[in-house]
Design a protein around this ligand. Sequence first.
Ligand code: G4P
Length: 528
Amino acid sequence: MLDKLAEIQRRRTFAIISHPDAGKTTITEKLLLFGGAIQTAGAIKAKKVGRHTTSDWMELEKQRGVSVATSVMSFEYDGAVLNLLDTPGHADFSEDTYRTLTAVDSVLMVIDSVKGVEERTKKLMDVCQMRRIPVITFINKLDREGLEPFALLDDIENNLGITAVPLSWPIGMGRSFRGVYNLRQKSYLCFSNKQNFEEIQNVEPENIPAVEDYQRAKLADDAATIHGALEPFSLEKYLRGEMTPVFFGSAINNFGILDLLREIIRLAPPPQSRPAAERLVDPGENKMTGIVFKIHANMDPNHRDRIAFLRVCSGVFTRGMKVYQVREKKEFKVANPLTFMAQTRAVTEAAYAGDIIGIHDTGALKIGDTFSEGETLNFSGIPSFAPEIFRLVINRNPLKTKQLQKGLRQLSEEGAVQLFKGLLDQKLVLGAVGELQFDVVRFRLENEYGAQCDYQAYDAAFAYWITADEEKYLREFQTDKPLRVMLDTDDKPVFLFKGAWEVKFLQEQFPKIRFYKTSECRERDLIV
Ligand code: G4P
């Protein structure tokens, strides 16, 4: 086996986030292209199109212009192993994105130079800052007439509350855009066309070839301003999530991507320690530990399988390993752990801390599950969400009732939606954070399970989980409110409120009942 610590140190596991359309897919593709992981530009988009033809599910993605699935791509560059996690840009899939952010050590944030900081960027950055995730910024589409680079830095600082320090600088913009200058290395990639470039090292702005005089003068002036007036870059501040290094470029034209790739390897942290309820787990520990942060059923329509995504948090995961599933207190054998590369997968012999592996799951695994080599450990940090919109499920094909139930159960285990069942009337109600989740569920039920459903509006504003010290208090409450007490997929009782005004009223009427924002019913989620 390879040197474990060296293997861990050379890994960079990061997520790419942005407002839709800023260029996330294009940048991902170009990183893979420069990393030698794919051979032709358009491969990822071509895959997307290819999938449209085999699965209508992707048609939904196309129609809506959203990237729905979170995928994992691993590739090597210059001695480093990069694990890149894509996230859906659309707000309605924020649960998926937030879960993905729990599996990474850093983030690459993409901003459109024409639009500046957008609404989704703000929300995603809030999460990064809450979790103190280091963020590298790439400002894309410099080939368009966008905001001035200094204005973009201000925009980031004012709207995202993080110090922005440029490490590269654009030469021109829009039609006069000629490329980017690496301020730290004083280097410049001089492109003769989209693919071919010459790298010029140790060049002062005044001496950059193949650009116009006024562009050289402007670059020299801007570089002096940056040097004199802006705070210098601090690796410590970046690692603490207080400062973001900023790179400029045009992904579609390959400008700025190679610098970005190299700087991700240089700056982004290797796998970090991770808190469990019991203790802090160091990635270099000998024993393997890991956490399931995502489950995806039917990823490949030909296989109809279910894959749990696990982040290895410490040690080495080897093929055929028997691991301990802490929640079930059971041994779990993983015959064929998978790694992912630009939508293809391969069985892996060994995965190190920081790697993401896929595990075939027959329904035994859940998001948040911890794996160890016997130790009782519970990794924390996977957020759970109180649903905010609800729909009553109407079964359109009674002959497919079983399929409908199975599909809804599996999709809720996958985190695509939350499923509640009426205690008394057995009605099925779905809860979500974003409207689009319902559409995706209906679509997948039909395509993957052959079941058809409609939705009806359901009069509920939010759901809180309920507990009581004694069973009789719960029963009393259920008898009083038989239609609105439901069970989640773990058979935990949930109460569906009609509005915020009801909370205080019910708390006074039933002082023995405790209401919680999440299904874990932890102290900090208690509604008081
Ligand atoms: P996303 O994943 O963040 O949603 O963005 P994506 O990469 O799909 O890019 C959104 C649109 O922006 C695409 O155009 C893409 O070609 C374009 N784009 C990406 N990088 C650049 C850039 O550096 N400069 C310019 N001018 N455009 C860029 P589209 O018309 O929506 O799709 P397509 O038909 O080009 O695939």
